[in-house]
Ligand binder design. Structure first.
Ligand code: SMG
Ligand code: MG
Length: 368
């Protein structure tokens, strides 16, 4: 189908609770939403880049630039029949995976709508519900953290991820483990440590964690392989994996035993599914990471997590954990078995509410 026009919406949504990691404290979630128009249909994609280059080198501004000046011109007015056509047109662009993913994923939604199938069906997923957990940020005090964890368990979440950083690690994990001895628990350091911290990870190794996520440098696999060799707990890479090639290199050298797949970080649903397939072949479990998405990005994550090798719970919590009023409906709710239900409508299965989008919009572009 011929791509007739594309819109970029730069929005900023207030979070219901500040989210602190080893690198930043976020109060709102700025992001770009991409709308692709063709044949009377509109496909939506979300760019997961944040305001500053803290989680990754991409920002809202770099993504806006690359989308407007390079990616939109590569598909506007073109005949696109499959996501592979978009991937082929983006091949010349190095880096900027979150910008590429936003537009590629909007085309997936568009093409799924045209076929009248859900995005999960189009990806080849099988599940009707996907297992999820909640990622709990760093809190001002240990008591405040324990209250947060207790609240999320009461809401129905069966797996908790704790953000850690030097000075907020072993004691925090011990306190949570003592109070909930059987809770499926994992930690995420967002690259806050070095190999000099091996003793910290030896301590964390005693707590029966599901995994330790991205402890070392954000681009590293070599030091992670050295650390993994000394630990019983599986390491899981997040920031270090930007493509299927990165995933293969990391697995080849034993840098991790699990991979966190984020559609934005790896450059779109096509690459995300390739990483899923590679890991399935090698017997390596994957799970779907989160970037505080709106319901647009959340719906894409839920669809991705229906693939069979997404065997660990995703960081895909219910909409209410993030926003008082999302820009798209319906909201995702947590089921009593710690899952989210997969939308069955065509495409993403959520629809953007124009008034809500306009109310939080900072900038708008409609090309051509
Ligand atoms: O969407 O629930 C969510 C957040 C999950 O912890 C989460 N994401 O490194 O995995 C990660 C972080 C990145 C968030 S950037 C502020
Ligand atoms: Mg992470």
């Amino acid at each position: 189908m011929k791509i007739e026009s594309i819109e970029l919406h730069h929005i900023d949504l207030p979070l219901v609770h500040p989210f602190e990691t080893s690198f930043s404290r976020e109060f709102t979630r700025p992001c770009i939403l991409v709308a692709v128009h063709a044949g009377g249909l509109t496909g939506w994609g979300e760019c997961t880049a944040h305001a500053g280059p803290w989680y990754s080198s991409e920002t809202v501004e770099t993504a806006w630039h690359v989308l407007r000046d390079f990616l939109l011109p590569a598909v506007l007015g073109q005949e696109i029949e499959s996501p592979a056509d978009v991937v082929a047109r983006f091949r010349r662009v190095r880096g900027h995976p979150m910008a590429r993913a936003a537009l590629e994923n909007a085309v997936w939604d568009l093409l799924a709508q045209r076929r009248g199938v859900s995005l999960a069906d189009m990806l080849g997923g099988r599940r009707e519900r996907v297992p999820v957990g909640v990622s709990v940020g760093i809190e001002p005090t240990l008591d405040a953290l324990l209250d947060q964890v207790a609240g999320h368990i009461a809401e129905g979440y069966g797996r908790i991820k704790l953000k850690i950083k030097p000075g907020w690690d072993v004691d925090v994990v011990r306190a949570v483990r003592e109070r909930w001895p059987d809770l499926p628990l994992q930690v995420d350091a967002n690259s806050a440590y070095t190999l000099a911290d091996v003793p910290v990870f030896r301590d964390l190794d005693q707590f029966d964690l599901l995994l330790i996520e991205q402890p070392l440098h954000h681009d590293d696999i070599v030091d992670h392989a050295r650390l993994q060799a000394q630990l019983r707990t599986p390491l899981c890479l997040d920031e270090s994996i930007h493509s299927p090639e990165h995933a293969r290199w990391a697995l080849d050298i034993g840098a991790c035993r699990i991979i966190n797949v984020k559609v934005g970080r790896v450059g779109g649903l096509t690459a995300a599914r390739q990483i899923h397939d590679l890991c399935a072949e090698r017997g390596v479990p994957v799970w779907c990471g989160g970037m505080l998405e709106t319901n647009v990005g959340r719906a894409a994550n839920v669809a991705l997590a229906t693939l069979p090798n997404f065997t660990l719970p995703g960081d895909i919590s219910a909409s209410a954990r993030y926003y008082r009023e999302d820009i798209a409906e319906p909201n995702f709710e947590i089921n009593d078995d710690s899952t989210l239900s997969v939308p069955i409508g065509p495409g993403l299965g959520v629809h953007v509410i124009p008034d809500r989008l306009a109310a939080v919009r900072l900038r708008h572009l409609h090309l051509p």
